[in-house]
Ligand binder design. Structure first.
Ligand SMILES: Cc1cc2nc3c(=O)[nH]c(=O)nc-3n(C[C@H](O)[C@H](O)[C@H](O)COP(=O)(O)OP(=O)(O)OC[C@H]3O[C@@H](n4cnc5c(N)ncnc54)[C@H](O)[C@@H]3O)c2cc1C
Ligand code: SF4
Length: 328
């Protein structure tokens, strides 16, 4: 591992001031970044530890919630306001990693964690455009069972690994960012990129830009919601496919619906097409399957992951049936 300087900052202004220096990386719980340092996939000169920044979880009277970026994953999943107003988010966090990792990992770090594509980590044996732009991608013709079926490019077919981000996408979360050149806020669905011809860029963040908080707008039907993760084993496994869903019914008709998918794309995939198909329709099995078909009509499976299309379709169908029968 290359030697680096370690700094722990106490306020956002200090973090952003250091963040503008080339060769600096922010450090959350370190559960992803330290692995990348050990593998020499990241070689910064300076780590700026941001875990002393905001750990506040602030429920507001209008039903919204402000979450500091240094909040640990366990604390967020267990918070009474999250469990009450946004149970989908609690479930998504608890479906990820292990208790030990969740105790260390921060919200900011979870959003910024890197793909788990095995070829990305295989520095000596595999070609990877995300690691070394222009090198090629060994996953496309290789073992690509875990890879993307939507939004991929001829340069990269990796998936985004986070469970939390799938729930945040469905909930319409807004990400607050600080930067030496000015602050801004973005919908979470605009934070992560599709790979196109720059798979080395995971997000639209500017160099040195710091995530300070996540805001969840009110979701009055947030209790009729769930997160279902389909994976190879019960723990320590990333999603083959996951579905975050919230449903509002008016009698037997779908009044509002929020959908997002994990394990299918380079970013948390908000199900805008399925949502549009469902609104105003009867909440029936046939309508749910038609919506799933619309969402996955553009799916382009690879040699080993064709099963994901049917898996995602069936998981969405099952989740929506479950929510229809749920008493919120
Ligand atoms: C064994 C294992 C199993 C796992 N399984 C799952 C799983 O099933 N599902 C899942 O979702 N995740 C899983 N993870 C990943 C885990 O969730 C991430 O490692 C974790 O969320 C990263 O958070 P962190 O705070 O440790 O980030 P760090 O490792 O500290 O940082 C990650 C990245 O975020 C950047 N960063 C940190 N904070 C900020 C900030 N405030 N602003 C801007 N950039 C920032 C860092 O510079 C770095 O690039 C697993 C991890 C392990 C080790
Ligand atoms: S899929 Fe993306 S991350 Fe994986 S080897 Fe190809 S370029 Fe690298």
């Amino acid at each position: 591992m290359k030697p680096f300087t370690y700094l722990r900052v106490g306020d956002t202004a200090d973090a952003v001031r250091w963040g503008r220096e080339p060769g600096t990386r922010y450090l959350g719980g370190g559960t992803n970044l330290v692995d990348l340092l050990r593998e020499t996939l990241e070689q910064p000169d300076r780590l700026v530890d941001v875990t002393a920044l905001s750990t506040e979880i602030e429920p507001r009277d209008d039903g919204s919630l402000l979450i500091g970026a240094a909040v640990r994953n366990t604390a967020l999943a267990a918070h009474p306001a999250v469990r009450d107003r946004f149970p989908m988010l609690s479930r998504a966090i608890m479906a990820g990693a292990s208790a030990q990792v969740r105790n260390m990992a921060t919200v900011g770090g979870n959003l910024m964690q890197r793909t788990r594509c095995a070829y990305f980590y295989d520095d000596e044996g595999a070609r990877c455009n995300k690691r070394s732009p222009g090198q090629g991608c060994d996953a496309i013709e290789g073992f690509n069972r875990m890879h993307a079926i939507l939004g991929a490019s001829s340069d990269c077919v990796a998936t985004h690994p986070s469970d939390m981000c799938v729930a945040l996408a469905a909930l319409g979360a807004v990400v607050h960012l600080n930067h030496a050149d000015g602050d801004r806020s973005l919908p979470l669905t605009d934070l992560h990129r599709l790979p196109e011809d720059r798979p080395d860029l995971d997000t639209v963040l500017r160099p040195g830009e710091l995530i300070t908080a996540i805001e969840l707008p009110p979701l009055p039907f947030g209790r009729r919601a769930t997160y279902r993760k389909v994976r190879d084993r019960a723990s320590y496994a990333f999603a083959l496919v996951s579905v975050a869903a919230a449903l509002e019914l008016d009698g037997d008709t779908v009044k509002e619906v929020r959908l997002a998918f994990g394990g299918v794309a380079h970013k948390p995939w908000r199900g805008f097409k399925a949502e549009a198909m469902l609104k105003g329709q009867p909440a029936t099995s046939a309508a749910f399957l038609a919506a799933a078909d619309a969402e996955f009509a553009d799916a382009r499976p690879l040699s080993h992951n064709g099963f994901k299309v049917e898996l995602a379709r069936r998981t969405l169908h099952a989740v929506l049936l479950e929510l229809t029968e749920m008493t919120p």
